[in-house]
Design a protein around this ligand. Structure first.
Ligand SMILES: *Cc1c(COP(=O)(O)O)cnc(C)c1O
Length: 359
């Protein structure tokens, strides 16, 4: 089912960024945005693309008081032959609906949502940057928007899609990151919202991130909220380890976000013949592997960086160097394969790319 979208084009188009090496991440926005409203009587209605700009919001709106907000992060790529393509967009839509279910926000029609994303990207196609490694970052999000202070499942919601041309994540080549293992704050607990992509999880993670940054680390490695023993994620990425030839990644227990990059890496690794264990993986086991030299590689996975090699790990008063503080061979191979598929340089044998428009 497709939503009926009305399009109001801007009369004041902005100048496109001329220096694509200075795009950064999420600082520049395109000319238009998508908005659609929901209420329990009418369902989703008034789907519209309008000029990008501020949205009025009721001062009592649910999202401002109780944090009812979920989001997605995906990219449109300009492929080698000029086409514009999305990477596994239906996975994002399904995850958005799973997040919505957890926060009692309304469901979106899968086909309708894909049509919204394609319509927005096609309209903004000239904003998809051209240089190697750049892309158009797409941020769909939904929030509870009831105009009163009672705490209950929402009756009004708003779904928005904004787009931002983003620079190459690794403008100066892939550099391994320094990770601090967080033993006090936790990001999520089983039964909570860890598996949902919701703003609240990020709010809860900021303090540990700030503390790590002050000590010179890039990201935090999160342990589980009950025993502070099992590894969950790294920053806002999933995490994988290569130990004695095998790949280990934390199982999706409910407090770990089911990353689409994680899923794609697991599928590629298995296709390449690697044994991949998705299981509870304790910090003690990781420290032991780091000490006895069987920890070969460690990396985070996520849409923004694709893969991010880990070069240093710090836990309490100990620090370890991983893979000589260089990108490991398998981490590099995953990066090359995934970006190769996304940029149309490697044959997409899995059917992961969804062409939006031809170049
Ligand atoms: C979005 C996100 C990820 C990565 O998911 P991808 O689908 O691979 O981009 C991992 N962890 C958290 C907490 C996230 O929000």
């Amino acid at each position: 089912m497709k939503y009926e979208i009305t399009i109001t084009k801007t009369t004041e188009p902005k100048a496109k960024p001329t220096d694509e090496s200075k795009l950064g991440f999420g600082k520049i926005f395109t000319d238009h945005m998508f908005i659609m409203d929901y209420n329990t009587e009418e369902g989703w209605h008034d789907a519209r693309i309008v000029p990008f700009g501020p949205m009025p919001i009721h001062p009592a709106s649910t999202v401002l008081h109780y944090g009812a907000e979920i989001f997605e992060g995906m990219k449109a790529y300009r492929t080698q032959n000029g086409d514009i393509a999305l990477f596994r967009p239906t996975e994002n839509i399904r995850r958005l609906n799973n997040s919505a279910e957890r926060l009692c926000l309304p469901q979106l029609d899968e086909e309708g949502c894909l049509d919204i994303l394609k319509t927005v990207v096609e309209l903004e196609k000239d904003w998809v940057p051209h240089e190697d490694g750049t892309s158009l970052y797409i941020r769909p999000y939904m929030f509870g928007n009831d105009p009163h202070l009672g705490v209950h499942a929402v009756h009004n919601a708003t779904f928005v899609v904004i787009c931002s041309p983003v620079g190459a994540y690794y403008a100066e080549g892939i550099k391994p990151v320094k990770i601090a293992i967080e033993s006090e704050d936790v990001r999520a607990v089983r039964g909570g919202t860890g598996y949902a992509k919701c703003g609240g999880n990020y709010a809860a993670s900021l303090r540990a991130g700030k503390k790590a940054e002050e000590k010179g680390y890039t990201q935090v490695l999160w342990l589980d909220g009950v025993d502070r023993k099992y590894i969950e994620e790294v920053g806002s990425m999933n995490v994988m380890f290569k130990i004695a030839g095998k790949i280990i990644t934390p199982a999706l227990t409910g407090s770990v976000l089911p990353g689409i990059t994680r899923k794609s890496c697991v599928e590629l690794l298995r296709a390449w013949g690697y044994e991949v264990e998705e299981r509870l993986f304790s910090i003690d086991e990781l420290m032991e592997a780091a000490e006895n030299g069987t920890l070969e590689e460690a990396w985070g996975t996520g849409t923004a960086a694709v893969v991010s090699p880990i070069g240093h790990l710090a836990y309490k008063d100990k620090t370890y160097t991983v893979s000589n503080d260089e990108i490991g061979a398998l981490t590099q191979k995953l990066y090359d394969e995934l970006t190769g598929i996304q940029w149309g340089k490697v044959e997409d044998t899995h059917g992961w790319c969804e062409v939006v428009c031809r170049g």
